[in-house]
Design a protein around this ligand. Structure first.
Ligand SMILES: CC(C)(COP(=O)(O)OP(=O)(O)OC[C@H]1O[C@@H](n2cnc3c(N)ncnc32)[C@H](O)[C@@H]1OP(=O)(O)O)[C@@H](O)C(=O)NCCC(=O)NCCS
Length: 167
């Protein structure tokens, strides 16, 4: 596979992201929640990061994360089937996690459809924990699983001052 290029989304990406949401994330659900106008609003929002991934100038993945004061919410993440299992999803989450750490965020939360077992494995592999089931979360009919990850890292022990070493 050609090297994927990661960048922030622009307004021109909104329609394609919305279509990917409809067919990869919202598939089988009534209505279109992440329609192009909503995605465009997220791209413009100061408290939201929208990341896209291109391979040979074709959009193959995207992620949307909203930032609060101490928590961030991963609203959407998808990779086209042709490019799944190539670490693109993991790298998008890594990008957003670094951004969140710099912003002083300690926790990333997300919800996903309970029957999406592949994505549940993916998030567990990234260190997310399943916290709760939320019946009817999607369009009043489908159950969500709430997942959460504490992204704070331990302070490295190397280079620590030892007694008597202070100048
Ligand atoms: C979930 C999703 C984003 C994962 O993206 P991806 O780029 O394929 O994931 P990665 O290649 O980074 O996977 C990293 C690891 O996660 C795990 N993983 C990923 N997809 C998995 C699956 N379907 N089943 C089990 N484990 C999976 C594996 O351990 C994988 O490592 P490996 O390929 O070396 O075994 C992608 O499958 C997708 O877009 N699905 C449809 C949309 C969706 O469900 N989005 C999430 C809810 S919003």
């Amino acid at each position: 596979m050609s090297t994927p290029v990661f960048r922030l989304a622009t307004a021109a990406d909104a329609y394609e992201i919305a279509v990917m949401s409809r067919y990869l994330v919202e598939v089988g659900l009534r209505g279109w929640s992440w329609h192009p106008e909503r995605v465009a609003k997220a791209i413009r929002a100061r408290d939201t990061s929208v990341v896209v991934v291109e391979v040979k100038e074709n959009l193959v993945g995207f992620a949307i994360m909203e930032f609060g004061d101490i928590k961030a919410h991963l609203s959407l993440l998808a990779v086209k089937p042709s490019h799944q299992r190539c670490s693109i999803g993991r790298q998008m989450v890594d990008w957003l996690e670094e951004t969140a750490l710099v912003a002083g965020i300690s926790t990333i939360n997300l919800e996903l459809r309970a029957n999406n077992f592949g994505a549940r494995c993916f998030y567990k592999m990234l260190g997310f924990k399943e916290m709760a089931y939320i019946p009817g979360y999607y369009r009043g009919v489908e159950t969500a699983v709430k997942m959460s990850r504490d992204i704070r890292r331990a302070i490295p022990q190397t280079g620590q001052l030892t007694p008597g070493s202070a100048a």
